[in-house]
Design a protein around this ligand. Structure first.
Ligand code: PLP
Length: 406
């Protein structure tokens, strides 16, 4: 018999491929022949024509790179220093007093950063190896940390009744966790709910995390993509650092540079001193080397070019803002459209939520009805990707949502 006859068929894995957010949706969407069908399951930005968007700053960086005729030698284990330095500066800010104490490595986008972080905690975190993730969270968080052999538990985050943040539940769960637990925090544009704490709530969260002696592990997959301003979106990360938290941070350039398939990101740890940074750097290298030796150079070169060239950087920031603004405009249009239809329900959460995703509050049967009657496809938890809305389809989507909720 085959060596692998004992390997069972696993359940379908949700692919990173944006057209395949949930297998059922994609198939149903593809098979649908209605010309006005709408896919709100996509996990990647789309332009106002519903097409994938390559940032002009990225195109320019690519052209410059080709012209430079660079070699294809290996990067160092932790990537190219020009990239990691620029990534750290973007996250922690150029004026941060801790910049010199950051141990950082390039990573295979945000996912790879989380996986290195999981491995580092598993090997070196001196207290309980339980990581608390929000309920709900990006589904891959639990998978990544379980594969890192950490215990994964949840803290309350989303309140179904208010379609907003369950701040009381969140604070209570942090308070009641065993001292020195690890908490995964979405830095901005929480996926899947689009619900973020306010700056004031972040300050309270910081206090409660500190009082418990907990460790803050930030996932910042959407810096700039949420508000359109990379500084504003880094508020929580920078505030925690200011308050003396020794944070871990995962960064991704998938969304804010549209470099999804290039797989460029970073993982960093804040050290207490230059001497400690050296020790952390050495152990990160020891972790990465047997995993994949060293990271790919292509995407990192594009990001480096954009981050380190002042003119291109300014252009990129305006393009990030353009993406965020389009999403914010679509939120306004969807809410406005529902009001125009005479919907008696409250839709304020559509515009108070942020980032690519919106938790509409639609029930699974209503999501099914949207698909079956109106050819509009979202996930059954009521999540829609706002990036799938366009000025051409938003009115139709609003009318259809009204029809299934009135
Ligand atoms: N973290 C969150 C919350 C995400 O939503 C994503 C992508 O959807 C990621 C991390 C990582 O994505 P990537 O590995 O493409 O950078």
């Amino acid at each position: 018999s085959s060596t692998w006859s004992n390997v069972p068929q696993g359940p379908p894995t949700h692919s990173r491929n944006s057209t395949n957010t949930l297998p059922g949706i994609t198939e149903a969407f593809k098979a649908n022949t209605f010309t006005n069908k709408v896919n709100l399951g996509v996990g990647a930005y789309r332009d106002d024509a519903g097409k994938p968007y390559v940032l002009p700053s990225v195109r320019t960086a690519e052209k410059r790179l080709i012209f430079k005729e660079l070699d294809k030698e290996y990067a160092g284990i932790t990537g190219t220093p020009a990239f990691t330095k620029a990534a750290a500066t973007l996250a922690y800010s150029a004026s941060s007093p801790v910049l010199d104490n950051i141990a950082i490595t390039q990573s295979i986008s945000g996912t790879g950063a989380l996986r290195i972080g999981g491995a580092f905690l598993e090997r070196f975190y001196p207290h309980s190896k339980t990581i608390y993730v929000p309920s709900p969270s990006w589904a891959n968080h639990a998978a990544i940390f379980k594969d890192s052999r950490l215990d994964v538990k949840q803290y309350r985050y989303y309140n179904k009744e208010t379609i907003g943040l369950d701040i009381d539940g969140l604070l209570a769960d942090i308070k009641n966790a065993p001292p020195r637990s690890v908490f995964l925090l979405h830095a901005c544009a929480h996926n899947p709910t689009g619900v973020d704490p306010t700056p004031e709530q972040w300050r309270t969260i910081s206090d409660v995390v500190k009082n418990g002696g907990h460790f803050a592990f930030f996932d910042m997959a959407y810096q700039g993509f949420a508000s359109g301003d990379t500084d504003k979106d880094a508020y929580a990360v920078r505030y925690f650092v200011e308050q003396g938290h020794q944070i871990a941070l995962c960064q991704s350039f998938a969304k804010n540079m549209g470099l999804y398939g290039e797989r460029v990101g970073a993982f960093s740890l804040l050290a207490a001193s230059a001497e400690e940074k050296k020790r952390l750097d050495s152990q990160i290298k020891i972790l990465v080397r047997p995993l994949y030796s060293n990271p790919p150079i292509g995407g990192a070169r594009i990001a480096t070019e954009i981050l380190n060239d002042p003119e291109l950087n300014t252009q990129w920031l305006s393009e990030v803002k353009g993406m965020a603004d389009r999403i914010i405009a679509m939120r306004d249009a969807l809410k406005g459209g529902l009001e125009e239809c005479g919907s008696k329900l409250k839709w304020d959460h559509i515009t108070s939520q942020i980032g690519m995703f919106c938790y509409t509050g639609l029930r699974p049967e209503q999501v099914d009805e949207l698909a079956n009657k109106y050819s509009i496809y979202g996930t059954r938890d009521g999540r829609i990707s706002v990036a799938g809305l366009t000025s051409g389809n938003v009115k139709y989507v609003a009318e259809s949502i009204h029809n299934v909720t009135k």
